[in-house]
Design a protein around this ligand. Structure first.
Ligand code: ADP
Ligand code: ZN
Length: 721
C-alpha cells in the first residue's frame, strides 16, 4: 500500500491522500509530518487512501515526510475521535487536537531548556525585573511560562537570563513515572463498601463495557471503593483514568491516592508546564502511565490499554465543554468504555437526572453506598425564611445564621458560607441618575472586585478601575454596590466576628492545584475559622472540624430558570451540605431563602431526594425534555448585528419540516452580546430517536453565510444563554 489518507491537524481542510515513500512504515494511526502547500503540518494516517474518479494520480501525490517515533493511535481511539466529531458536529481535526495535546510529546525531543532563578541579582534592577523575580520565586519553566508567572513581557525574562539572574536548566523529558502499588495500603472496607468494591473489581476484571452509577451520600466512601477498581486494573496491567471536574480537587486527590497506592498518579490539566505535559503525554501514549487523574480534556489522550474510567462528581456541569468541541466528558467517557470494552464508573452523591434515567431503563447498573462511613452522620438541614427572619438592612445573614456561626466558633469548629458569586457586588449603580455599569462588550453587569480594586466582566474579562464619580451624570459619591458577592459576605462576617480568621475561596483566589493544597493545609491545621466560597468549595473536600454550612442565597440558582435550574440547585446545596459534619461531630446546615416552600428547598430539608427526583423527572417527561427528548442549540454570532440577524433568519426559514422535530427561534440570545459579538439563538427540540445531527448537518450544509458570522451547534446543551 503506498497511498494513505491523512487527517490533518487543520480544521479547515478535510483528510488528504499522501504517498508513503519506499521503505517508510506508516501504518494506520501513525503520527506523521506531511507537506501542505509550502508548509509542513502534522496529521495522523487515518486509513488507506481513497481512489475516486477525481482523486489525484498516485504518482502525483506528495509524500509523507516523516513518521514520528510514537505508538500509532489505536483503531479504538480513532473511532472515538470520529464518533465525537460526528455526534457533536465538530471538525475531526479539532477532536484529534485534544488527542495530540502535546506537540513535543509526539515530535520526539528528549530534553527541553527551562530557566530558574540563579540566586544572583542583575546589575541593573528595574521595577519590572524586580517584580518578575519576586513572582517567579523558585518556579522553573520555559521563558514564555516565566513571563506569564512574572506578569512581564518575554523580553524582560530574556533580559534577566542575559543578566545572569535566571539560569538555564536542561530537563530530561522521559524520566519514567513510578508505578502505583495496588497492595500498598488497602483500607479495611465496611460490609456495604466491600460489596460495592466487589462489583466494581469484578467489572474491571471482566473487560466488558459496563456503565455503572456509583451512588452514595457525600462521605460514604465512594473514593475508597473505586480505588479498589483501580487496584484491580493495576493488577491486570490496565491503565485507569479518573476524571475530576475541577483542578482544585487534584491536590487532595493526590494525597489520598498516594496514601493508598504509595505514589502519585500522573496528572493532566491546563496548568501543567510544557515539559510536564510532554512527559505525561508520552507515558500515557506508551502505556506506561498506569493511572492518570485529570480534567475532562484527559479523556481524549491516546491511552493504548485503558481498562477503567471513573468520572468523579459525575453530575458536575464542568464536564460539559462550552467552546470548541462542545462535548460532555461524562457521555464521551461512556462511549469510550463502549468502544474499548471496559467499565465506566460515574460516582456521585447527586446523580444527574439523565444518569438516573439510564439506571431506570437498565442501561446503566447502579451500585449504592447507603450511609456515611464510620460514625459520621448526615448533617441536619433547615431553611431560614428571609422574609420572616430578615437580616438588618444592608446585611445578608439572618440572625439565626449569625447565632449559629457564633456557637460554632465558640466550640472552635469551622464554618463554611456558600454563595455562588465572585467579587464584592454584582452590580454598581448610580443613585443620582440610575446608571448601571455594564460591560461594553457583553450583555452583563460589571462586577465589583474590591480586593483587586476594579470592576470586571465575568464573561469577557474586561476590567476598569472603580469609578469615583458616575461615568454618566458625573455625580460624586453617588455609586452604590448592589447585592452581595463572597467578598461582601466576608466583610460582614469580619464585622460580626472580628477575631475570626476568614478565607475567601473562589476561582480568583484558588486557581491552581498548589493554591488548593495550601488552602487544604490551612483548613486542616485549623488556621481558618470561616470559609466564604463559591461552588469551588462545594465538592470533594473533607474537613472533619467543619460543622456549620450557611447557604447565603438558595434562590440564586433558580433565577432565569433553565431546564436544570432546580436540579442544579438541589445538587449544589446537597454537595455543600456534604461538607458539614464529616467527622465525629455532627453538622448543621442553614439555607437562606425567600421561598422555603419551593419544591427543591422542601426536598433538601426533608431529605426526600427520591420524590424530588421523581417530580423533576416527570416534568421532563411531560415536556419531552432530556433525557426523554433531545435539544440542540444553534448560536449565530457576528460583530455586525444585522448580519447575525439575517443569517439566523435564513437558518430559521430553511429549517426542515420533520415529524417529531421543532425549531424554536431565532431570537436574540439571553446573552445578546458576548465579547463584542451579537448573538442570535435557535433551539432544535426533537424526539429522542431522531438523528438530529444528520438533520442539522444537511440543513446547515446547504447554507452559507458571511465570513464574519459564526454558527455553532451545541448538541445536548447545558447552557441556554
Ligand atoms: P465520598 O467519596 O463518598 O465523599 P470518601 O471516599 O471521601 O467519600 O470517604 C469519606 C471519608 O471517610 C474519607 O476521609 C475516607 O478516607 C474515609 N473512609 C471511607 N471509607 C473508609 C474505610 N473503609 N476505612 C477508612 N476510612 C474510610
Ligand atoms: Zn464582557
Amino acid at each position: 500500500m503506498s497511498r494513505v489518507r491523512v487527517l490533518l491537524l487543520n480544521a479547515a481542510i478535510g483528510p488528504l491522500d499522501y504517498r508513503v515513500p519506499e521503505g517508510m512504515a506508516a501504518p494506520p494511526g501513525a503520527i506523521v509530518k506531511v507537506p501542505l502547500g509550502p508548509r509542513q503540518v502534522t496529521g495522523v494516517v487515518w486509513d488507506e487512501g481513497r481512489l475516486e474518479a477525481d482523486s489525484v494520480d498516485a504518482k502525483k501525490l506528495r509524500p509523507i515526510l516523516e513518521t514520528y517515533d510514537t505508538p500509532p493511535l489505536t483503531p479504538e481511539i480513532r473511532r472515538l475521535i470520529e464518533w465525537t466529531a460526528d455526534y457533536y458536529l465538530a471538525a475531526p481535526a479539532n477532536v484529534l487536537r485534544m488527542t495530540l495535546a502535546s506537540t513535543s510529546g509526539y515530535s520526539g525531543e528528549k530534553t527541553i531548556t527551562e530557566y530558574r532563578a540563579s540566586g544572583g541579582m542583575p546589575e541593573r534592577m528595574t521595577p519590572k525585573r524586580e517584580q518578575a523575580l519576586e513572582l517567579i520565586g523558585d518556579t522553573q519553566g520555559l521563558i514564555r511560562e516565566l513571563s506569564e508567572i512574572g506578569e512581564v513581557s518575554v523580553g524582560v525574562i530574556r533580559g534577566l537570563v542575559k543578566a545572569g539572574a535566571l539560569e538555564a536548566v536542561d530537563v530530561s523529558l522521559d524520566a519514567p513515572f513510578p508505578v502505583p502499588d495496588p497492595d500498598f495500603d488497602p483500607p479495611g472496607l465496611e460490609p456495604d463498601q466491600m460489596a460495592a468494591a466487589d462489583e466494581l473489581t469484578a467489572a474491571t476484571r471482566a473487560s466488558e463495557f459496563a456503565p455503572i452509577l456509583l451512588d452514595g451520600v457525600t462521605g460514604s466512601g465512594k473514593t475508597e471503593v473505586y480505588f479498589e477498581a483501580i487496584a484491580e486494573g493495576l493488577r491486570a496491567g490496565k491503565q485507569s483514568l479518573v476524571l475530576l471536574p475541577e483542578i482544585a480537587l487534584t491536590e487532595p486527590f493526590l494525597t489520598r491516592f498516594t496514601a493508598r497506592f504509595g505514589c502519585e498518579p500522573v496528572t493532566w490539566h491546563s496548568s501543567l508546564r510544557q515539559s510536564q505535559r510532554r512527559r505525561a503525554w508520552r507515558a500515557i501514549a506508551k502505556g506506561e502511565a498506569m493511572v492518570t487523574v485529570g480534567a475532562r480534556s484527559s479523556l481524549f489522550l491516546p491511552y493504548p490499554k485503558l481498562g477503567l474510567i471513573v468520572v468523579d462528581e459525575a453530575h458536575e456541569s464542568a464536564f460539559k465543554q462550552e467552546e470548541g468541541v462542545m462535548y460532555h466528558a461524562r457521555d464521551v467517557a461512556v462511549m469510550r468504555g463502549n468502544i474499548e470494552n471496559f467499565p465506566v464508573v460515574l460516582a456521585s452523591a447527586t446523580p444527574a437526572i439523565e444518569t438516573r434515567q439510564m439506571v431506570e431503563i437498565r442501561r446503566y447498573r447502579e451500585v449504592t453506598l447507603p450511609g456515611r462511613y464510620g460514625a459520621a452522620q448526615m448533617p441536619d438541614l433547615s431553611a431560614i425564611d428571609m422574609l420572616e427572619d430578615p437580616p438588618p438592612r444592608g446585611h445578608w445573614m439572618a440572625p439565626t445564621l449569625v447565632r449559629a456561626i457564633e456557637e460554632t466558633l465558640g466550640r472552635k469548629e469551622q464554618v463554611l458560607l456558600f454563595l455562588n458569586r465572585r467579587g464584592f457586588a454584582p452590580l454598581t449603580l448610580c443613585r443620582t441618575c440610575g446608571h448601571r455599569y455594564q460591560c461594553p462588550n457583553c450583555t452583563a453587569w460589571m462586577v465589583e472586585h474590591r480586593l483587586l480594586a476594579r470592576l470586571a466582566c465575568h464573561h469577557c474579562g474586561h476590567v476598569m478601575p472603580p469609578p469615583a464619580t458616575c461615568e454618566e451624570c458625573g455625580a460624586e459619591d453617588s455609586l452604590v454596590a448592589c447585592g452581595p458577592g463572597v467578598e461582601r459576605i466576608a466583610d460582614e462576617a469580619k464585622a460580626l466576628f472580628p477575631e475570626a480568621r476568614i478565607a475567601i475561596v473562589t476561582s480568583d483566589t484558588l486557581w491552581s492545584p498548589t493554591q488548593a493544597a495550601e488552602f487544604v493545609r490551612r483548613m486542616e491545621r485549623e488556621e481558618i475559622d470561616i470559609v466564604v466560597g463559591t461552588q469551588l468549595v462545594t465538592k470533594g473536600y473533607h474537613f472533619p472540624n467543619l460543622t456549620l454550612v450557611g447557604v447565603i442565597d438558595a434562590d440564586l440558582g433558580l433565577q432565569g430558570g433553565d431546564l436544570r435550574a432546580a436540579e442544579r440547585t438541589f445538587q449544589q446545596i446537597m454537595q455543600v451540605s456534604g461538607r458539614a459534619g464529616r467527622g465525629e461531630k455532627p453538622g448543621r446546615v442553614f439555607i437562606q431563602t425567600r421561598e422555603p416552600s419551593a419544591p427543591v428547598i422542601e426536598a433538601l430539608i426533608s431529605g426526600d431526594a427520591t420524590s424530588f427526583y421523581a417530580a423533576e423527572t416527570d416534568a421532563r417527561r411531560v415536556a419531552a425534555a432530556p433525557p426523554f427528548g433531545r435539544y440542540a442549540g444553534i448560536v449565530i454570532s457576528s460583530e455586525d448585528e444585522g448580519q447575525a440577524i439575517e443569517t439566523a433568519r435564513r437558518i430559521g426559514d430553511t429549517a426542515p419540516e420533520i415529524d417529531g422535530m421543532q425549531v424554536l427561534g431565532p431570537a436574540p440570545a439571553p446573552l445578546a452580546m458576548l465579547r463584542g459579538r451579537h448573538r442570535q439563538r435557535l433551539l432544535v427540540h426533537a424526539r429522542r430517536a431522531l438523528d438530529v445531527q444528520t438533520v442539522i448537518r444537511d440543513w446547515l450544509g446547504e447554507l452559507d453565510w458571511p465570513k464574519n458570522v459564526r454558527v455553532t451547534v451545541d448538541v445536548d446543551p447545558y447552557s441556554f444563554l
